[in-house]
Design a protein around this ligand. Sequence first.
Ligand code: T4K
Length: 381
Amino acid sequence: MPRTPMFSEPLHVGRPNVGDRQRLLERINGALDRLWLSNNGPLVAELEERVTTLTGARHCVALSNATTGIQLAARACGIRQGQEVVVPAFTWIASPHALEWAGLVPVFCDVDEETATADPQSVEELIGPRTGGILGVHVYGRPCRVTELAKVADRHGLPLLFDAAHAFGSTYQQQPLGGFGSAEIFSFHATKYINSFEGGALVTNDDEVAAKVRAMRNLGLSPDRDIVSAGTNGRMSEISAAMGLVSMDIMDDLIEVNMRNELWYREGLAGLPGVTVRSQAPKERANHQYLVLEIDAAASGVHRDTVHETLYAHNVFSRRYFYPGCHQSEPYVHAPAVHAPVPLPHTEALSTRVLALPTGSAVGEAEIAGVCDLIRTTLAG
Ligand code: T4K
């Protein structure tokens, strides 16, 4: 193993993909000329229109971020303070924190290891008199088992929401995500496939949910400026919308880049025992925004954390998305009877194996070959 880091410049997971700068600056200049910078401006309206076209859903409400979107969605669907929401433990902490911060009680279900998304049977086991809803998460952009979750939700008369933070551009049964359940919430954070610096969008086919969220993101004001509900500030700025639109212009190119990177990783790691690159759903379109390895310590002879530490020493800043499981994180870890009443073996197993590696437009063949070499050398001991 060389003593000096293999990379002099850090390689990050989640490097933003920046579209056409000239186009971005033109759009920003347009906003500056119009002196209309926020509060449902024309760029936000254009972004919403673009998202409804891309997803085929009836409504899109652009938002300041996905975390706020989850809170607005839960409220618009009538989930009341103090009610429980079943959510997978294998997700970014934003999913349960959004609920907790809104006065709801996250109750963690397990995931199935193939999709890394909510196991419908585990969801059903957790439904009881205090349950107010279900929040599935399309982890790494791979869709949940939507049909089965919808059946569980219908059986119990519960709203089904999807945290689609990772999943813009992905499909389920060849239909774009966005129109499933009562609402789906995308993230356009800087690290996401489509980025608007900070941002998100709630997408729904439900007219009432859309109208409620549209008002609630602007302190409960209706389009006629009547105060129709409580609300918060969940607005997207025009600058963010400009970035989001420019980012959407290169959607297909980005998928190509991500898929090409994935191929290079697969070639570079081929034949390594206990090391697999996680796959997207067969026959579906996916954004391939996350490149995630699974390292099985027993089969590879090396723990995921050793690989992670070695990569760090060489300026490759891999991420353990998602470790630890949310049930093992603050504040939920202190109240397992409330938040984690059933065993979560698949979450716990996955969270010790996964490692996200750099992909997107910031890395190319040479960097990926270097990262794969580092992993091979680490496994060779
Ligand atoms: N639900 C799920 C399932 C989510 O994964 C997320 C967010 C949400 C909900 C909530 O969505 P938002 O409310 O954010 O819209 C990062 C992202 O900040 C976060 O958005 C994302 N999930 C999560 C999985 O990853 P951190 O704490 O790891 O971020 P940070 O700042 O350490 O950056 C991650 C990597 O990206 C680093 O390697 C540095 C690099 N980076 C980051 C930024 C911001 C850059 O190179 N440039 C940048 O501008 O959470």
